[in-house]
Design a protein around this ligand. Structure first.
Ligand code: PAF
Length: 282
């Protein structure tokens, strides 16, 4: 597998005459790869002539210093996992200095309020940080398609808005959530959980599945109240928010409309780790 640490090195390689007309799939990650990431990489390898994977723990999207410091990093293991998929993947592993020079700061964007609800409400400036790094990486790699998991559904919609706003010619591909055996959505942060907590956190998905069941017949507020109350009986799972919102705009659902798609979104703390999940309701 070829690895690049500099933007110039990657750019020069991608613009070489043999590769110039190839389709490029891009999977941006923060490393500590799990089956969810690997599903994105496999899809990219299937659908494109070249796949670029980036591993970069982006400081500007962390509103919590401790979360940034504790974010799992294991580049040797990541390389092994990627090598198991294809040896022709191009790996981009820049330093913070390489990406940001001396100005480690997020840009500012107008996402019409989509960045201020749910995750944005609890993680101030998180999406400005995500948009900043994704814009930099997309502009560098210039992929045909870029792949993102639906576990971070709000992020996925904001990235869709970003490429429209900045007129970046790329197809954004959303991929289904991959789950652990007990239902917990795969996340690099799950590594920080004990085995019993991982199992207990399957309750998050059970609640989302029950929400989907209720969505056809029950009133929205009563479903939200019911789901939130389920966590009162859970000793080690502390709910931060539970919301039902329109999938396209992320606006909180007040009155259902037949032609619109809705999703339920949840954030929960367990053992000091923040977990998020969501489900399509119709
Ligand atoms: O989803 C992630 O891992 C990150 O937010 C991303 C898209 C790689 C940007 O740092």
């Amino acid at each position: 597998m070829q690895e690049f640490n500099t933007q110039k090195g990657l750019k020069t390689y991608l613009s070489s005459s043999e590769l110039k007309t190839s389709t490029i799939g891009f999977v941006p990650t923060m490393g500590a790869l799990h089956k969810g990431h690997l599903a994105l990489v496999k899809k990219s390898v299937e659908e494109n002539e070249i796949t670029v994977v980036s591993i970069f723990v982006n400081p500007t999207q962390f509103n919590n210093k401790e979360d940034l410091e504790k974010y799992p990093r294991d580049i040797a293991k990541d390389k092994n996992l990627l090598g198991g998929i294809s040896n022709s993947i191009l790996l981009f592993t820049p330093s913070v200095k390489e990406i940001y020079s001396d100005d480690v700061a997020a840009g500012s964007y107008d996402f019409q309020g989509m960045d201020l609800v749910m995750e944005g409400k609890y993680r101030e400036d998180h999406f400005a940080g995500v948009a900043t790094i994704v814009e930099k990486l997309l502009t560098l790699v210039m992929p045909t398609r870029a792949y993102f998991g639906e576990k971070d559904f709000q992020q996925l919609q904001i990235i869709r808005a970003l490429v429209c706003l900045k007129k970046i010619p790329v197809q954004i591909v959303g991929c289904p959530i991959v789950r652990e055996p007990h239902g917990l959505a795969m996340s690099s942060r799950n590594q920080r959980l004990s085995e019993s907590s991982r199992k207990e956190a399957g309750f998050i998905y059970q609640t989302l599945l029950a929400t989907k069941e209720k969505f056809g017949t029950e009133n929205v507020q009563s479903i939200v109240d019911w789901a939130t109350a389920q966590f009162n009986h859970q000793r080690d799972l502390k709910i931060e928010y539970f919301e039902i919102a329109e999938s396209d705009t992320l606006k909180k659902l007040t009155k259902k409309q037949d032609n619109k798609k809705y999703r339920a979104f949840i954030a929960v703390y367990t053992e000091g780790v923040r977990l998020i999940d969501n489900i399509a309701l119709n």
